[in-house]
Design a binder for this molecule. Structure first.
Ligand SMILES: [Zn+2]
Length: 302
């Protein structure tokens, strides 16, 4: 068969020019002091079994895969979302096969990319009911410790197609099951997610732990101040929850908070025990935050 010239030209063009990997449409980039560092590039990699790191250098995103569709956790900044899409493809998966998106906490550096990822995949975004209120309005709720920094700092693209994730109730995608643990503290709607991944007969309990960092805008008191009740008891319960989780592998929403790159580097040396597997990881994480929280509360009562 002979091709007319235009057809041959078109065919060679199709064969020689790499196809656009994706028609992903991001929201406008966010501007902030840490945004460039958070959004610095990071290679995607397999954490364990069907669990993959697809996030950036300073804000995490995790993909859990199955033949019946995938679960994605967090979307980073608005400008992280196209990279997350590219990372998923780089690993050989299709972002369009994401069936459920979970969110950790309602701050722009973790949920900024969710609106675009939601539009592209059509997947619902799951979170605690308080977190969903924030996602729907594109702004944390009034009791958020950082809301005092102002609307311009705190706003993010509003997210549609929301699904409530009950405390301790698993959500399913095909054979996948993921459980939300409500861990208020850093934000009122914060969620820590858990699931189980296997490599053959070897299975690991994986925890995607929220920030739990007692950071607040000037004037905010975790211990309450007449205008607002104390949030300390709920915060302490969240730390107890995290410390008690079945936890073989812990990934933090800011990856360095659980030493993601240190573990990755040590793993490259192929040690007998995978550095990502640490039965004490969640307890150590919670203990570290507890020290900071109690120091912060002690300052507040002075
Ligand atoms: Zn935050």
């Amino acid at each position: 068969m002979s091709l007319s010239l235009p057809a041959a030209v078109v065919l060679s063009f199709l064969l020689l020019v790499p196809q656009a990997a994706s028609s992903f449409k991001a929201d406008p980039p966010m501007v902030c002091g840490s945004c460039d560092a958070w959004n610095a590039p990071h290679e995607p990699f397999r954490i364990f079994g069907n669990t993959w790191y697809v996030g950036m250098a300073g804000v995490s995103s995790v993909l859990i895969t199955s033949d019946a569709g995938h679960i994605l956790l967090d979307g980073g900044l608005t400008q992280s979302a196209p990279a997350i899409d590219a990372h998923i493809r780089q690993l050989g998966f299709r972002t369009e096969d994401v069936r459920l998106i979970g969110a950790s906490h309602e701050h722009y550096d973790h949920v900024g990319g969710l609106a675009a990822l939601q539009r592209f995949t059509g997947a619902p975004v799951a979170m605690s009911p308080i977190g969903l209120r924030a996602l729907a309005q594109g702004l944390p709720t009034d009791d958020d410790p950082q809301i005092g920094f102002g609307r311009a700092v705190n706003a993010f693209p509003r997210v549609a197609n929301l699904r409530a994730a009950g405390d301790g109730a698993p959500l399913h995608v095909g054979p996948l099951a993921i459980t939300a643990h409500h861990t208020p503290g850093h934000t009122p709607g914060a969620v820590t997610w858990t699931w189980r991944s296997c490599e053959g007969t070897h299975c690991a309990d994986i925890v995607y732990v929220d920030s739990l960092n007692p950071i607040a805008a000037p004037g905010f008191r975790f211990s309450g101040d007449g205008a607002r009740p104390s949030q300390v008891e709920a915060f302490r319960r969240s730390l107890d929850t995290v410390a008690a989780l079945p936890c073989d592998i812990v990934i933090a929403v800011h990856p360095q908070a659980a030493d993601l790159d240190g573990k990755l580097k040590r793993r490259a040396a192929k040690p007998a025990v995978d550095p990502f597997v640490d039965a004490n990881g969640c307890r150590a994480y919670a203990d570290g935050i507890r020290t900071r929280l109690e120091a912060r509360v002690a300052e507040e009562v002075r």
